[in-house]
Ligand binder design. Sequence first.
Ligand code: CP3
Length: 345
Amino acid sequence: MGLFNRETDDSNKTVVPVWFMRQAGRYHSHYQALKKEHDFITLCKDPKLAYEVTMGPIDEFNFDAAILFSDLLFPLEHLGMGLKYAPGPILDMKLETLDDVKKLGQVSPASEFYNFQKEACSLLKEGLDSSKTLIGFVGAPFTLYTYAVQGAHAGALQSAKSGLYDGRFEAFCELLLPAVEEEMALQAMGGADVIALFDTAVGELNLVDFKRFIVPKLHGITKRFKQRFPNKKIIYYSKMTSINHLDLIQDDNIDVLGVDYRHDLAKVLNRYGKDYYIQGNIDPCWLHTSWETLEQNLIEFKNHLYDNNVPFDKWIAGLGHGVLIKTPEENVFNTVNFIHENFKY
Ligand code: CP3
């Protein structure tokens, strides 16, 4: 089953497709076993290992899409900021002034630097069953910029927000966007069917700044990508954004909006279903409860959508953020199974 071309079951009902952000990762014993042998960066940068990590949850939990195993902060390494994980990211510098941005430059051509992702995508495209979708991903501009300025996504983001007005965001984007667009292109050339733009930090912004600084950058990225790859799809996931933020996006080149668990999914599907597919938005914390509780919550979740007559054909089931560390694997297995068995229309 693909995310966009769906299959029907024996009784001619269409099954809602499902994948989770961070479906490969620290909660999964398959990942933990590989992590004993290799560090995180090696798992990302060795295409065969990235292939293996990516396939773990496909083989075991039967998700309808595979998401390339990688990380979204490699562009900061590519621009000369250094990058280590312990396990959170550690950079050699932070962009505290405009002069700091001027010190940055590509350590190698983007087409070489991101080649590991292209190769991993090629292996995945070849190894994946043709009924499954391959998702590549990159960081969206504000989220990458927030890590570059603050070193983390925490607190009020005062420095990152000031940088919208003192030229740091603009100067950083001038360097970043051509590289990230090449990263997206390489993943697409490798065989990714969809590229997800993850914007975890953007919901911190007020509506004026979001509209003035962020939306035009998104429009540029998605337009240029679709000019090169008209048949590939784009997901834009943002966290902590309100309906007011989503209203401002208005981007024909975005195919899927991923929304976090604070939203009423029925309202989002009914409001935006004509413009976008909607991905989401089960709370990842529910996967830490007992199966009895989780199952009851999933039933209520589904009933709420039925009661509100949502356009089920525009829904891709998933979480409102990533799978959390220590999530019981059987809850992941049971949730995917439950969705395939019960979320039909
Ligand atoms: O979805 C998938 O299965 C693909 C894997 C994936 C990773 N990172 C692997 C990873 C994806 C989609 C990401 C995206 C990512 N990375 C985001 C955006 C989405 C989100 O989670 O909000 C962000 C902000 C990052 C940056 C990052 N990378 C952080 C903050 C950390 C620290 C710890 C953590 O997991 O939050 C990482 C490291 C990281 N990225 C790990 C994994 C599996 C943990 C590495 C380890 O110690 O084994």
